[in-house]
Design a protein. Structure first.
Length: 607
């Protein structure tokens, strides 16, 4: 009987439905019925309004919720507060820190006074954009003599920014975040100025500002002292700089020397010679350790009265073999000057400005000597000195090469001279000839017949193109040894049937000889001067052979040869005639023998 009835959508849409209850199990009775009318009313609804976006520094939202059918509504969600309360449909919502940190909050409007209806809800999303961030930069300081302030403002979350505060000027304008600010004289005198950077173009955000303060410190001062006048040859001046604010000083100007250094407040200044000659120098004391201030300077002028000047002349380079040096000293203002230094001698004396200085061998060996010219008769001034150095350059050298030995039959000598420092050399001595000429260091020298006969000749190589040096020479001796002599001996005559010839060769000025020519054999060998020679049958038939003896082991000499001829006479020929037969009783035989190529011919008979 307590069943729950769920109507259809069509029944809800029609607004009502009638249900009938009919009894069952009636026995003898008729069933009884009864009806109930169910009427469907409209449900409540809630509208929280559209989603919105707000800036984090202007975050309050006027809510505009609405409900129907219900009697009211209540807001919920977020960590902020509802003003005047959460039951006010058009309350103002102020977000909490968590909402801002999250960048978004969702609020829910729920209907109240719903009767027998279920409450309805709707949500509203509020999105929070970041607030502008403005940073005017860190506080700093500038100096009164460099007061321009380089601003370095930053703005995020807004279109830009604008500088304000101070009575000075912003360059190029006050809406440039990194503008430069030039304070007024009053601000410089006051020693401080505070500037404000405010965001601009903030959209729905509130403007944001940031301040920066600059301290303006006093400027440094320096006093280099009063101008001075000193003597040109006693020119060291004592200076003292007085400074304020800065921690130090730097001296500059001039080409002289500062002692103890150019960064000391109290110094002595030694000028360069050119400053003394010019008559004055201006030095400048400039502050250092200025912090953020510009350095300041002050000048002091030192005037130099004329002083004696010694001029030793330019350095000179002379040859070590022509080392006497003509000096070129000079002086001014003083009444004289004298040379000092060196262990050599001055001619005519050391007070002559163009004296000739002759160095010692030790000075020449050391390569240089330095001489000093000192003024004398200086009056109240100190003497002036100047130095010059004489450098001793290497002298030319000539090297004719080692002595040589040649043979009388091979006398051309390949010379191999060498020179240093000089541009060349020339050969002299001897009565022979030089090829291509005597100016060629590697010329070929051919001795004359007289020199060959004499057995020796000495040549001299002398340097030329010596500059300021004296010429140098060197010699070479050429020894001319006798030429070999070969003697093959006298011509020989042999017989064809006894053709071996006993040779008798002689060789002088060589270690041996060798036989050549002919096709026969030499016994024991062709290097035996007294060999026996056996001609070939062809040579025997020809009747002659010519042999040549050539010297060997000739050393520097050309070999020499000599010839001898062996004439081979025909052998004797004997013919006894033909065999004969005779009768024993008539046994006398007429012989008919013949002999040729012998001293005589005979005919013999025999019985």
């Amino acid at each position: 009987m307590s069943a729950i009835y769920t109507p259809t959508a069509a029944e809800i849409a029609s607004g009502s439905v009638t249900l009938t209850l009919t009894t069952t199990g009636n026995g003898l009775c008729n069933a009884a019925t009864d009806q109930v009318l169910l009427t469907f009313t409209d449900p409540p609804s809630a509208n929280a309004g559209p989603d919105v976006t707000r800036c984090a520094n202007n975050a309050a939202v006027a809510l505009g919720g609405s409900v129907v059918v219900a009697t009211g509504g209540v807001w919920s969600g977020g960590t902020g507060t509802f003003t005047p309360n959460a039951n006010t449909l058009n309350a103002t919502y102020n977000p909490g820190p968590g909402d801002l940190a999250a960048g978004q909050v969702t609020l829910t409007l729920t209907t109240t006074g719903n009767g027998n209806c279920t409450p309805a809800t709707d949500t509203k999303i509020i999105t929070y954009t970041p607030a502008p961030i403005v940073n005017a930069g860190v506080n700093g300081s500038v100096c009164a003599n460099a007061p321009v302030i380089a601003l370095n403002g930053t703005v995020t979350g807004a279109a830009g920014g604008v500088w304000s505060g101070g009575a000075g000027t912003f360059s190029p304008n006050n809406i440039t975040l990194n503008a430069t600010y030039t304070p007024t004289a009053a601000e410089i005198a006051a020693g401080t100025v505070t500037l404000t950077l405010t965001s601009a173009g903030n959209g729905q955000c509130n403007a944001v500002s940031s301040n920066v303060t600059y301290t303006i410190t006093p400027a440094p001062t320096v006093n280099a002292g009063v101008d001075q006048s000193v003597c040109g040859n006693n020119a060291t001046a004592t200076l003292g700089a007085v400074i304020t604010v800065a921690t130090g000083v730097q001296w500059s100007g001039g080409t002289g020397a500062y002692s103890p250094g150019s960064t000391a407040q109290n110094i002595t200044y030694s000028p360069s010679p050119i400053e003394v000659v010019n008559g004055s120098v201006t030095l400048i004391a400039t502050t250092t350790g200025n912090g953020n201030c510009a350095a300041v300077s002050d000048a002091v002028t030192i005037t130099y009265t004329q002083a004696p000047v010694a001029n030793a002349g330019p350095d000179q380079t002379v040859s070590s073999n022509n080392a006497n040096t003509t000096l070129a000293g000079s002086f001014s203002i003083s009444t004289g000057a004298q040379w000092t230094g060196g262990a050599g001698t001055y001619n005519p004396n050391n007070t002559t400005m163009n004296a000739v200085y002759t160095p010692t061998p030790a000075e020449i060996a050391s390569g240089s000597v330095t001489l000093t010219l000192i003024t004398t008769g200086n009056g109240a001034c100190s003497p002036s000195t100047d130095q010059m150095t004489i450098s001793f350059g290497a002298a030319p050298t000539a090297n004719a090469g080692p002595d040589q030995t040649v043979c009388a039959n091979n006398v051309s000598v390949q010379l191999n001279g060498a020179v240093t420092i000089a541009t060349g050399g020339i050969w002299s001595g001897g009565t022979g000839t030089y090829s291509p000429n005597s100016g060629a260091l590697n010329a070929i020298y051919t001795p004359s017949a007289a020199e060959i006969a004499a057995g020796t000749v000495t040549l001299t190589l002398t340097t030329v193109g010596n500059g300021n040096s004296n010429p140098e020479s060197d010699q070479i001796t050429i020894t001319i040894t006798p030429a070999p002599i070969a003697n093959a001996g006298v011509n020989l005559i042999t017989c064809a049937n006894q053709s071996t010839a006993q040779l008798a060769g002689v060789v002088n000025n060589a270690t041996g000889g060798v036989w050549s020519g002919g096709s026969g054999t030499f016994n024991p060998s062709n290097t035996n001067l007294n060999a026996t020679y056996t001609p070939t049958l062809g040579e025997v038939a020809a009747g002659t052979v010519t042999l040549t003896l050539t010297s060997t082991g000739n050393g520097l000499c050309n070999s020499v040869s000599d010839q001898m001829t062996i004439t081979i006479a025909p052998s004797p020929v004997v013919n006894a005639g033909v065999d004969q037969t005779v009768c024993s009783n008539n046994a006398t035989v007429q012989m008919a023998g013949t002999v040729r190529n012998a001293g005589r011919s005979e005919e013999h008979t025999s019985e």
